[in-house]
Design a protein around this ligand. Sequence first.
Ligand SMILES: [Zn+2]
Length: 73
Amino acid sequence: MTAYPIGVEVSCDGPDEHTDCPQSAAISARFSSRTARQVRADGRADGWTTRRIPGRLRDVCPDCTGARKGGAA
Ligand SMILES: [Zn+2]
């Protein structure tokens, strides 16, 4: 058997389209999560949000989500 699990990294795309995440955050995947879908499910449990935009998904960490809600410029 030559196949081996490939880790999926889902990192923060926030806080907005043209700004990198100040924390460069990434979802810490659970041991059993190997697909992007599974990792995103883990992220949601931790407060991450996923937004569907044309062509792709944006994943935003809890910090950036909070920053947006707080209205920080
Ligand atoms: Zn972030």
